[in-house]
Design a protein around this ligand. Structure first.
Ligand code: NAD
Ligand code: GLY
Length: 350
C-alpha cells in the first residue's frame, strides 16, 4: 500500500492499492463517528460497474448508505445536478456529521466535492477516483466546481477531501481513449519539472508507481500553494490553450486531449519566441503519440485566442502562462493578453 499525506487546510491521506475500493467503508469509518449517513455520488456508467461493491463496503462498515446517480458526462456537471443533489441530501436529513463519497472520474469528483463544500456550509467527503485523470490530478488538491453556461468550472470552491481512496484495478474497465486522457496529465507533470517521470514513461512501468509520482508532485505543489496564487499555476501547463480548445469545441473534445494539444501549441510558441528547444517538442510529441493523444486539432489562431482568453486564470489584462523551456523544465511567465495573442498566432505563421 502507498500512502501520500497532503498538508493543506485539511490534512488527509491518499491511499493507493489494488483492490482498495472494497475497503472504502473502513477507511471512511476512521474519519467519523458512526452511526453516520453517507451519500455515494456517482455517474451512471461507474455506478453500474462499481456501485454495489462500494455500497456494500460502506454498509458493512456501519454507514447508513444513500446513493445519488446522474448521467455520465461533462454535461451533467451543472447547477441542476448540484441543486438536485442538495435537495436529495436535505430530503434524507443529512447533517454536518454525515459524509459524501465521490465515486467516479473528475466530473463526479468536482460536482460531489462542490456539493460537500456548500451543503450545510461544508460536510466531509472522500474521493474514490476511477479514471486515471482523477487519480493523478482531480481527486487531489480540493478544487471543486461545476460548469456554467458561460464556461467551464466557473462556480466552485477550494475544499479538500478527508481521504482519497485510489484503486488502480478500476482502470481495467476504462475505455482506452479515457485512459489516454489521463496520460496527458501524467505527461504534464513530467514536462513541468519531472524529467525522470518522462524517462519512466519510455519504459515498462507499473501504473501504481506513476500515480504515486504524480500525486506526490501535486501534493508538494498544493502544500505550498493551496489557493492557486503561486506555484500551483504550474499545473496549468497546456491548460490556457486547452480550455480554449474545449470551449471552442463546445466541450466535445475531452479535457485530456485538449490539454495535450494545448501543451504542443504552447511549446511550439515558446520555440518560435526563442524560449524553448526543438528537442523538448520532440520528446513531448513522441510521448503524446505513444499514448494515443493528438498533436493538433482543426482550429484557427483567432478562434483559439478568442476562446482561450476568456480563461478564469486571466487577471485584468494579464495572464500567467506556463512556458516549457527544456525537457522536464517549465517557467511561469506573466504576459499581457496582446503578448499571448502574438505568441500563439506565431505558431500558425510559416
Ligand atoms: P469523467 O469523469 O467524465 O469520466 C470519463 C468517462 O469515463 C465517463 O463516461 C465515466 O462514466 C467513465 N468512467 C469513469 N471511470 C470509469 C471506469 N473505471 N470504468 C469505466 N468507465 C469509467 O472525466 P475525467 O476525464 O475523469 O474528468 C474530467 C473532469 O475533471 C472535467 O470536468 C475537468 O474539468 C475535471 N478536472 C478537475 C480537476 C481538479 O483539479 N478538480 C483537474 C483536472 C480535471
Ligand atoms: N488541475 C489543476 C489544479 O489542481 O490546480
Amino acid at each position: 500500500m502507498k500512502t501520500v499525506t497532503v498538508n493543506a487546510s485539511r490534512t488527509y491521506d491518499i491511499t493507493i492499492e489494488r483492490g482498495l475500493i472494497t475497503s472504502s467503508g473502513d477507511i471512511a469509518a476512521k474519519l467519523t463517528k458512526l452511526p453516520c449517513k453517507i451519500m455515494i455520488v456517482s455517474d451512471s456508467t461507474v455506478h453500474a460497474i462499481y456501485g454495489e461493491k462500494v455500497s456494500q463496503s460502506f454498509t458493512k462498515a456501519g454507514f447508513e448508505v444513500y446513493e445519488y446517480i446522474f448521467p455520465a458526462g461533462e454535461a451533467s456537471k451543472n447547477v441542476n445536478t448540484l441543486a438536485d443533489l442538495w435537495e436529495e441530501m436535505a430530503d434524507k436529513h443529512f447533517t454536518r456529521s454525515d459524509m459524501i463519497a465521490a465515486l467516479g472520474g473528475g466530473v463526479v469528483g468536482d460536482l460531489a466535492g462542490f456539493a460537500a463544500a456548500t451543503f450545510l456550509r461544508g460536510i466531509q467527503y472522500v474521493q474514490i477516483p476511477t479514471t486515471l485523470l482523477a487519480m493523478v490530478d482531480s481527486s487531489v488538491g480540493g478544487k471543486t466546481a461545476i460548469d456554467l453556461k458561460g464556461g467551464k468550472n466557473l462556480a466552485g470552491a477550494f475544499y479538500q477531501p478527508s481521504a482519497v481512496i485510489c484503486d488502480p484495478d478500476t482502470l481495467s474497465t476504462l475505455p482506452a481513449e479515457t485512459y489516454s486522457d489521463g496520460m496527458a496529465e501524467v505527461i504534464k507533470y513530467g514536462m513541468i519539472n519531472k524529467p525522470e517521470l518522462l524517462r519512466t514513461l519510455q519504459t515498462e512501468y507499473d501504473v501504481a508507481d506513476v500515480i504515486e509520482t504524480c500525486v506526490c508532485a501535486k501534493r508538494d505543489i498544493v502544500n505550498e500553494d493551496e489557493h492557486d496564487v503561486g506555484v500551483r499555476q504550474f499545473l496549468n501547463l497546456g491548460h490556457t490553450l486547452g480550455h480554449g480548445i474545449e470551449r471552442s469545441s463546445n466541450y466535445t473534445i475531452p479535457h485530456g486531449r485538449a490539454v495535450a494539444v494545448g501543451m504542443v501549441l504552447i511549446t511550439k510558441a515558446a520555440i518560435k519566441a526563442g524560449k524553448c528547444t526543438e528537442e523538448t517538442l520532440g520528446v513531448l510529441e513522441q510521448l503524446l503519440v505513444k499514448n494515443g493523444l493528438p498533436l493538433s486539432i482543426d482550429i484557427t489562431a483567432e478562434e483559439l485566442c478568442d476562446a482561450a482568453l476568456n480563461d478564469k486564470k486571466r487577471k485584468g489584462n494579464s495572464i500567467t502562462v506556463v512556458i516549457p523551456v527544456s525537457t522536464g523544465n517549465s517557467v511561469l511567465e506573466k504576459m499581457s493578453i496582446e503578448e499571448l495573442n502574438t505568441l500563439v498566432k506565431g505558431v500558425w505563421q510559416a
